[in-house]
Design a protein around this ligand. Structure first.
Ligand SMILES: Cc1cc2nc3c(=O)[nH]c(=O)nc-3n(C[C@H](O)[C@H](O)[C@H](O)COP(=O)(O)O)c2cc1C
Length: 266
């Protein structure tokens, strides 16, 4: 929305600028007009520079990372694969017998992008969202991911990067919090989807809760199909202790864990 208004402002400014020949001092031009024109040009130029910087980085200017925060930039997501959507649908099965081995950083990034990646200049994502209110957040509980120290990382869809939330391998504790489903601890990494209910219930009230669960299903299915396309195994998990998972991931007060998707090698 902010981007659109920026575009609108630029369009408005450009339309209000002097027409060709006006700057040479049309008889009716006010004396302050040239100064105003320069100001407008500066505004347009500044906006253009900001937009160009954003286009290059894929990030709105006001979303610049705090350099003090540990972040990992993820490789650019791929939009071509070796399997058709139909083949992925056909092959998807819950998989729990993970082999040893790490995910590559590219695979981890691709899975997160499939779940919640931004695919549109308005910030719209791979999964639909009621009212485009985007209540979901995605976390990577990394155990064995190349170039990633074990820990809990929050995925930033806008920047396509990971931000460290808590250090240390949390997979076994996560398995314990998920009704002692030990197989979760053998995954390479676990994606946890959480939700800020208020983002959706503010508009849709009680029905917003339903929308949030529906949305987490969309995101998780995207992730599962992406795992198939990458030759990885994944399964979805709904049986877990909300408070324990929330604590383990250091989720903010307003965020609730909704769905867990362990991923690993087949
Ligand atoms: C909402 C939901 C919650 C689930 N929770 C668990 C779970 O806690 N543990 C588990 O092993 N599988 C869980 N599953 C996976 C189902 O057991 C699995 O989808 C089902 O057996 C069908 O197999 P398929 O996924 O291979 O088609 C869950 C699936 C859904 C949709």
């Amino acid at each position: 929305m902010g981007n659109r208004s920026m575009w609108q402002k630029i369009g408005l400014t450009a339309r209000r600028g002097p027409r060709k020949g006006d700057a040479e001092g049309g008889a009716t031009q006010a004396t302050s007009a040239p100064a105003l024109s320069r100001l407008e040009k500066m505004v347009v130029a500044a906006a253009a520079v900001a937009l160009a910087a954003w286009a290059c980085s894929g990030t709105p200017p006001d979303e610049r990372a705090d350099p003090a925060t540990a972040t990992i930039r993820l490789p650019e997501p791929r939009v071509r694969g070796e399997m058709s959507l139909e083949q992925c649908l056909r092959a998807r099965r819950s998989f729990r017998e993970f082999r040893d081995g790490a995910l590559t950083l590219e695979q981890a990034g691709q899975l997160l992008w499939a779940a919640q990646g931004i695919t549109d200049w308005r910030g719209f994502r791979t999964a639909p969202s009621a009212g485009a209110l985007f209540p979901l957040e995605a976390y990577l509980v990394a155990g064995r991911v190349e170039s990633v120290a074990p820990g809990v990382y929050k995925y930033s869809p806008k920047r396509h990067e990971l931000r460290l939330v808590a250090s240390g391998d949390k997979r076994m504790q996560l398995a314990a919090a998920a009704a002692a489903q030990d197989w979760i601890g053998n995954s390479s990494a676990v994606v946890v989807l959480s939700a800020v209910r208020e983002r959706t219930t503010r508009k849709y009230r009680e029905r917003g809760i339903r929308y949030i669960y529906i949305e987490s299903g969309h995101a998780a299915q995207n992730l599962c199909l992406q795992a198939v396309a990458l030759g990885l195994g994944a399964a979805t998990v709904g049986a877990f202790d909300d408070a324990a998972v929330k604590r383990l991931l250091s989720l903010p007060e307003e965020e609730e864990p909704v769905y867990i998707v362990p991923v690993g090698r087949k």
